[in-house]
Write a protein that binds this ligand. Structure first.
Ligand code: ADP
Ligand code: MG
Length: 252
């Protein structure tokens, strides 16, 4: 297991009382697997990613990454937030190499690797542009490359496509899926979009309302090895979609 989430509980201490966000979350992810977490808004999805990323300590339980307890952020984990958070005044090149600079790892070898990523994913000609000269989809790819620049083995993606319009979102999510598979990464994607989870992942975990626990888990066996766009036309797509929709507690 590359990620092992063991009996995670989290209670926030807010001024007006306690907020019980996560309750007894248990799951694990194997090397190279693409797992999605879906759940109602406010159920604790981002909280769970922050705990796995080592940004907040759980109230109870532990997360193991490659067998070691997570106590702080580590370079093994790349975290891609909902907003791309590219700096508008820095060029694309300066944005994607920022993490390397901050960690004093801007070696010739690492910079070559980033140049190669930009090349392979269609951004090389934009290296000297600024983020506002790029489309929303290109910015998302750029944010992913910035995350990949530090060579994490695990990617945590928090609703990375939600700021994009529907058409762009389909294209960019397929793109990003391809990049992640190509680079041999393990991914955990948070989304509130069932179609997105069924088109991208090998397994979908459904979280309950707050305090979140894992309500059910779907292994998308019938869709393995099929590209995200082709999955949407596959007969099993609707079956999985409906099953997850019924589990997801968003109904009045
Ligand atoms: P999701 O990502 O699923 O929408 P979050 O993990 O962001 O949900 O939040 C889960 C719950 O915890 C929400 O009710 C939210 O208001 C609450 N919450 C999030 N962060 C804090 C915090 N720092 N202090 C207190 N409550 C918080
Ligand atoms: Mg969230």
């Amino acid at each position: 297991m590359i990620v092992d989430v063991q009996n995670i509980h989290l209670t926030y201490q807010a001024p007006d009382g306690e907020v019980n966000a996560l309750e007894a979350i248990n799951f694990s992810i194997t090397q190279g697997e693409f797992v999605s977490l879906v759940g109602p808004s406010g159920c604790g999805k981002s909280t769970l990613l922050s705990i796995i990323a080592g940004l907040i300590p759980p109230t109870q339980g532990q997360v193991l990454v490659e067998g070691q307890t997570v106590t702080a952020p580590s370079q093994k984990i790349g975290y891609m937030p909902q907003k791309d958070q590219l700096f508008p005044w820095r060029t694309i090149w300066d944005n994607v190499t920022l993490g390397l600079e901050l960690r004093h790892q801007a070696t010739a070898e690492n910079k070559d690797r980033v140049r190669d990523l930009l090349e392979r994913y269609g951004l090389a000609d934009f290296a000297n542009k600024t983020p506002n000269q790029l489309s929303g989809g290109m910015r998302q790819r750029c944010a992913l490359i910035r995350t990949l620049a530090l060579s994490p083995s695990i990617l945590l993606l928090d609703e990375p496509f939600s700021a994009l319009d529907y058409q762009t979102r389909l294209a960019v999510s397929a793109d990003i899926h391809h990049i992640i598979a190509n680079e041999g990464k393990t991914a955990l994607l948070v989304t509130h979009d069932i179609s997105e989870s069924v088109s991208l992942s090998e397994r979908v975990l459904v979280l309950s309302r707050r305090p979140a626990h894992i309500q059910s888990s779907y292994t998308l066996d019938e869709l393995q090895g099929i590209t995200p766009l082709a999955r949407r036309d596959h007969p099993s797509f609707g079956t999985y979609f409906n099953a997850i929709w019924k589990e997801l507690d968003v109904h009045a």
